[in-house]
Design a protein around this ligand. Structure first.
Ligand SMILES: N[C@@H](CCC[C@H](N)C(=O)O)C(=O)O
Length: 258
């Protein structure tokens, strides 16, 4: 069967996207999804996203990591799916959609900037030299010096496969405070099992963690793939009105025989 796919990227976190409103794609075929995401023998992507109809929503976003297995919430993927829905004519400039972690609102402007409302966060574990929280996906956050020189792949993999995380996994974010109070964040991503150019739920988690170290909303964040902003309100029990803001761009359309 010939399948049309669309590549999108949000600050270098890239996705294969398919309009699956007719429900033709077999979501049980995890090997096929992994093959399509493979960067040399396939199309290549950090993740695979199906846009589907869902009663009561503009659409549903079904997310798979590059390993072909169903993933949790993808912030950059969510922003790209809003852009994809707009290109399909499913929405105009506002979206209300369902994702792995529940409901999301988003707005998109003519420059391709997408503002995605993330779910509230009411639980942050603060360790001696780390923070651990879930922003739709689980994130371990560590603040370091000389982030440029850090071996993110090796250090991130060690944490992701340690005794505590080896079964369920976790994403691992390393952050460094920059001048003008911006943050530089690099992420080892679960399910990609490598460093990605950015991770939306990861920079969201890192911005919230940075608030324990004096950062205030909105936090500007530099990633290898570009710049994002995270806005939030601090409440008595955690964080609310959390927005992940940044570009989401169409790259190309292709067809693949599956
Ligand atoms: N890149 C995504 C995160 C996708 C899910 C993550 N790899 C996981 O398995 O937890 C993002 O932008 O949030």
């Amino acid at each position: 069967m010939n399948v049309t796919f669309h590549k999108y990227q949000g600050t270098g976190n890239d996705f294969i996207m398919i309009d699956n409103r007719e429900l033709f794609f077999d979501t049980r075929n995890h090997n096929l999804i992994a093959q399509l995401c493979e960067r040399r023998m396939g199309i290549g992507a950090d993740g695979f996203i199906l846009l589907q109809n869902r009663e009561g929503y503009d659409f549903e976003m079904v997310y798979f990591n590059a390993d072909g297995r169903p993933g949790s919430m993808c912030g950059n993927g969510g922003r790209c799916t809003v852009q994809f829905a707009r290109a399909l004519g499913v929405i105009t400039d506002k979206a209300f959609f369902l994702a792995a972690d529940g409901n999301h609102y988003a707005t998109v402007d003519n420059t391709g900037l997408v503002s995605l409302k993330m779910n509230d966060v009411h639980q942050v574990e603060t360790g001696l030299d780390y923070y651990y929280l879930n922003t739709g996906s689980p994130h371990y956050v560590q603040f370091v010096d000389a982030l440029d020189e850090l071996n993110v792949f090796a250090e991130g993999r060690d944490i992701r496969y340690n005794e505590r995380f080896k079964l369920e996994g976790t994403n691992v974010n390393f952050a460094q405070l920059q001048p003008e109070a911006a943050l530089f964040v690099r992420t080892y991503e679960r399910g990609v099992e490598d460093e990605t150019f950015s991770c939306g739920t990861g920079v969201t988690a890192t911005a919230l963690a940075a608030s324990y170290r004096g950062a205030t909303s909105p936090v500007s964040i530099k990633t290898l793939g570009g710049n994002l902003q995270v806005a939030f309100e601090v409440s008595a029990t955690g964080f609310t009105n959390i927005y992940l803001i940044g570009p989401a761009q169409y790259v190309f359309t292709g067809t693949v025989e599956v």
